[in-house]
Design a protein around this ligand. Structure first.
Ligand SMILES: [Zn+2]
Length: 276
C-alpha cells in the first residue's frame, strides 16, 4: 500500500516526465477488479480524457492528483500496487486498472493488488471527492504543527482507550500513514503500539510528533520504502527499522530481540524494552 511518502515521491517523478504530454487514449476497466472503484464508465473516461494535457501532479494523504488540462483532475487513491511510467506504451502490463497513453508513445499505468479508487473530476472539484473532502492535515501540511498535534491527540485519546497505533493507523486521523510506516514511527518515539494516548506525557508527545514528521521526511528523502516501487519500477531506498525480518533480531538500540504481535488489524514489530 502506498503511503504519503511513496505517493509524494511518485508525484515528483511524474513531474519530471509527464507535464505537457497529451493523452491519446485513456482506458479504465481493462482488468476487472471488484475492489477498484471508478466514478466513470470506460467510454466516458476515454471520451473525457482524449486530447488533454498533463499538468503538475501532487499527493495528499493516500491520494495522488494528476491534472489533465484543461478542466479535469485524475485522482488515484488508496492504491496498493503499482503506478508506472512506460517510455513505450508497448510495455504496458497486461493486468492494469487504469492507463493513459500519450501522443509521444509513452504511457502511464496503475495496477492494484488490493483496492483503490479512480476518479476523473472537474478541476476545482477534486476536494469534493469522498475521503478527500474530510481529509485532515497530513504530516506534510503546514497546519500539522505541534499545537495542532496536541489537540488531535487530546481529542483522539479522550475516551482513554485509543492507543498510539490507533492514532497512527485508524480513521485516517493522520492521513497518509499506514501500518508499515507506523512501525518505524513507534520505534523512533520509543512507544509501545498499545500505549494509551491518554497516558503520554509532554516529552513523549513531543517525541511522537517529531517521530511522525521525521519518519515521513526520511522515507521521502530516500525515495520511498524499499518494499514499494516507484514510478520507474525501482524500489525505494528506505529500509524499514521494524518489519517481519526484524523479528527475533536484536534491537539496534538495546539488543533486546524484536517481538511481533497482532494488533488493530495488522502485525506490529517492536522492541519490548525500548518501546513502553
Ligand atoms: Zn530496544
Amino acid at each position: 500500500m502506498f503511503d504519503l511518502p511513496e505517493l509524494t515521491v511518485i508525484a515528483a517523478q511524474m513531474n519530471d516526465v509527464l507535464p505537457g504530454l497529451v493523452v491519446a487514449a485513456g482506458t479504465i476497466g481493462v482488468s476487472p477488479h471488484r475492489f477498484v472503484w471508478y466514478d466513470r464508465e470506460p467510454e466516458e473516461f476515454a471520451a473525457l480524457t482524449a486530447g488533454l494535457r498533463v499538468g503538475r501532479a501532487w499527493a495528499e494523504g493516500k491520494w495522488l492528483f494528476v491534472p489533465l488540462e484543461p478542466g479535469r483532475v485524475l485522482l488515484i487513491g488508496e492504491w496498493g500496487g503499482r503506478i508506472r511510467y512506460h517510455a513505450d506504451a508497448a510495455d504496458l502490463p497486461a493486468k492494469r486498472h487504469l492507463d493513459l497513453t500519450f501522443t509521444t508513445g509513452a504511457a502511464l499505468s496503475a495496477t492494484t493488488q488490493m483496492w483503490g479508487g479512480v476518479h476523473l473530476v472537474e478541476a476545482g472539484r477534486e476536494r469534493e471527492v469522498k475521503y478527500v473532502k474530510e481529509m485532515r492535515p497530513t504530516p506534510l501540511d503546514e497546519r500539522f504543527d505541534r499545537a495542532y498535534f496536541g489537540e488531535l491527540v487530546a481529542a483522539a485519546g479522550e475516551d482513554g482507550r485509543r492507543s498510539v497505533k490507533g492514532l497512527l493507523t485508524q480513521e485516517q486521523l493522520i492521513p497518509g500513514l499506514g501500518n508499515a510506516i507506523a512501525q518505524d514511527i513507534m520505534a523512533r518515539a520509543r512507544l509501545h503500539p498499545r500505549r494509551p494516548l491518554s497516558t503520554l506525557d509532554e516529552v513523549q508527545l513531543e517525541g511522537l510528533y517529531e517521530a511522525i514528521t521525521e519518519t515521513v521526511r526520511a522515507v521521502i528523502a530516500a525515495g520511498g520504502r524499499s518494499d514499494e516501487r516507484d514510478l520507474f519500477g525501482h524500489p525505494g531506498g528506505y529500509a524499514r527499522l521494524m518489519d517481519a525480518r526484524a523479528v527475533g533480531r536484536p534491537c539496534v538500540t538495546c539488543g533486546t530481540p524484536v517481538e511481533k504481535i497482532s494488533y488493530l488489524g495488522g502485525a506490529c514489530y517492536f522492541c519490548p524494552a525500548c518501546q513502553t
